[in-house]
Design a protein around this ligand. Structure first.
Ligand SMILES: [Zn+2]
Length: 73
């Protein structure tokens, strides 16, 4: 299975369509669509989000530990 797909973008107005069209339905320009490959980064995004959450948790715990230590002294 490929993780890439292509879509067509109007070079005049940026309209995106899955199928090539001779005439842009958005700006009514002809032959403005150019095929561009879209790389799906779903897996990478999920990893980055997980790492972000882990870092946030670690930071929160660290701050709490410092606060408790200061209160005890
Ligand atoms: Zn257009």
């Amino acid at each position: 299975m490929s993780k890439t797909k292509s879509a067509f973008f109007c070079q005049s107005c940026g309209y995106e369509t899955a199928k090539w069209a001779g005439k842009c339905p958005s700006c009514n320009e002809w032959n403005t669509f150019v095929e561009e490959v879209i790389v799906k980064g779903t897996d990478k995004k999920q990893d980055e989000w997980k790492n972000f959450n882990d870092k946030s948790k670690q930071k929160t715990i660290a701050i709490n530990e410092v606060s408790s230590a200061e209160e005890k002294e």
